[in-house]
Design a protein around this ligand. Sequence first.
Ligand SMILES: C[S@@+](CC[C@H](N)C(=O)[O-])C[C@H]1O[C@@H](n2cnc3c(N)ncnc32)[C@H](O)[C@@H]1O
Length: 273
Amino acid sequence: MTAADDRTLRAARRRFATLRRSVTLFRAFLVEQTDPDHFYGLLAADSVRQVSGYAELAGRTVLDVGGGPGYFAAAFRAAGARYVGLDPDVGDFSAAGESVAGMLRGSGTALPVRTGSVDVTFSSNVVEHVAEPPRMLDEMVRVTRPGGLLFVSYTPWLSPWGGHETAPWHYLGGHRARRRYERRMGRPPKNRFRETLFPVSIAGTLRWARGNGDVEVVDALPRYHPWWARWVIRVPGVREVVAWNFVLVLRRTVGRQPDAVKKSELTGGRVAM
Ligand SMILES: C[S@@+](CC[C@H](N)C(=O)[O-])C[C@H]1O[C@@H](n2cnc3c(N)ncnc32)[C@H](O)[C@@H]1O
């Protein structure tokens, strides 16, 4: 990237990541349970704008790993992308009124997708729900074409929202927070510690990225913060708590293609995109 490109990117970020945007997202988050259409619709549109700051989307294939209820499908398609959502939980696909056409059923840890076939591999708030995050991240790298973009975001465990509906009691331990929730609500939480919710750090994911010869780090930022609060990501320890939600943007380099092909052959049954 040239210095001029870098300046343009930074100017675009400032126009996008305003304090007003952060406040709007936070207000929508407060009504997530009562008005999910509002929250997820807003989040999806916001995410598409964020991704488009790094990659052209019109006419490009976007794979959304853990796409969930389908809110992102409409937003990516509105930007002209060829959107393919993937989720193990097929029941969730239609929650936003989206058709299941163009959706894949599968796990992010064994993507049924051909190696190097995706322009933009995207995942929002899924990594913390996967028992082996590096396996899913490796798979996302594998399916992304050389030069393609990866955009991954998730809630780190030490974030105030790390325990999801059991927060903030997860700071006293995930199992304890879960037991407390069950006592209070008379039912287990949807996000159960070490079953459907796993402790993932920012440091661990950055270590994985820097140790992966097939990607370069394009950006690392707090997802919902205004641009002037981006510095928190450079402070080890503090970032785990104050980032709230972490975004890692990667570019696929040419790397170890033969290994990747071998891995894809092991998982079999790939969909060509
Ligand atoms: C909190 S939702 C996020 C949905 C959507 N991406 C968003 O940002 O609103 C987590 C999603 O991850 C999916 N998920 C859980 N385990 C997964 C796995 N191993 N591979 C892919 N997706 C998974 C769940 O089914 C669920 O749809």
